[in-house]
Design a protein. Sequence first.
Length: 150
Amino acid sequence: MNFRPAKLGLLFTSFFLLDRIVKSYLISYPLGSELMVVIPGVFSIKTVFNTGVAFGLLRGYPQLLTVINVILVLFIVVYTFKTENSRMKLWLTFILTGAVSNIVDRFIYGGILDYFDLSFWPTFNLADTYITIGIIGIIFNAGIKRAERI
């Protein structure tokens, strides 16, 4: 499977816009509002701000987190263009899409708007899901490469 830059750009743009549209809609509701119960007691749509990173870690350092995030994004962009592995480009594009959308949140809102509320997990958003898919893809990709060497 070959992921050309145009396809990856379309993927990035589409997923980025989807996350931005959802966030721009949800930001109009008061924080903490439970907007929809999808599965009672398990999954709902609820708006919260996270000024830290995953699981709310490092709250209180928004400027530092923004700088670190921008540096990581630049590193991933460079690596995406340098790697020859087409699947790796795909997974890195997922990570970039989520990271860039969350950076935009930091610049616009001063924190990240999260809205998927699972009762057993910290609240997260679509951009976080993209990052997670990318990380799982990279791990899976590494497993495939390792299996091919055996």
